[in-house]
Design a protein around this ligand. Sequence first.
Ligand code: 3HC
Length: 286
Amino acid sequence: MEIHKITVIGAGNMGHQIALCAAMSGFQVKCTDSNPDILAKAISFADNYLKERVIKGKLSEEVANKALGNLAFVPKIEEAVVEADLVIEAIIEKLEVKRELFAHLDKICPAHTILATNSSYIVSSKIADATNRPEKVCNMHFFNPALVMKLVEVVQGPHVSEETVESVMNAAKKMNKTPVLLHKEIYGFLVNRLLQATRQEALKLLDMGVASFEDIDTAAKNGLGYPMGPFQLLDLTGLDLAYHVGMEKYEESGDPADRPSPTVVEKFTKGEWGKKVGKGFYDYEQ
Ligand code: 3HC
């Protein structure tokens, strides 16, 4: 199936950029969020981003206007999905909340709609059985910032049909992304498993008092050539996400080693969730 119409559920850290990226690639996009403030922020981001690209000479005015015309922000989810070929869910990283959403989506989406989750860690087989279309439920995982990062991980769980995988891979390519296909479901997929190893070690070094977070970031950037240090990246992807992911994993495994690190718990509790709130490990202008 060729995908023309995409709906993104959740206009937060990831969703607003996935939606804009799809609109810039020629898809008809609707983006929805239950929080009106987040939706308003996403609208002004899209406007400003496209204006800036034109000023920078990276985009013609015509293309920017076309992208804006392709993108609608719709408060009501039922309205947002009514014609969708592909729904990309980008909401909070909590299994039960996602299962509830997918059960609802199954009822309100057309029969042909593919339901993809942008979850960072949760495999789609844990969500698919909340619907009556498991063969059309898969992982389509973007990276932050989604307008810039090229990779998309597509995961073919045992319940996912070839047709779904093909359609999603093609949609990712049309979004000018480089998709990779995982033939097996695995917690954290490829990138987050690699990232987690560095991140855990960085948090351990900090908690042990070996070096400051700034110096650990400097070491990763200048010693390994990483574009960002692990703490800058935690600020970008969100300390709230890191906390929820750790808690979900711990609740499932019961292994204390899976608990979020004391530093992540502290940051989460203080509301220092990173760039999106103006403070994480570093301070940011809002
Ligand atoms: N949103 C949109 N565009 C952004 C952006 C943002 N938040 N930040 C930077 N950009 C764009 C800039 O507009 C610029 O575009 P241009 O060159 O076309 O004009 C380009 O990115 C480069 O920006 P800068 O020169 O300001 O800054 P850098 O060269 O340092 O690049 C970066 C910024 C792209 C974020 C780079 O530091 C980087 O690649 N960092 C690593 C990001 C990463 O590892 N992401 C994966 C996180 S893991 C994840 O997402 C998994 C999930 O499950 C949590």
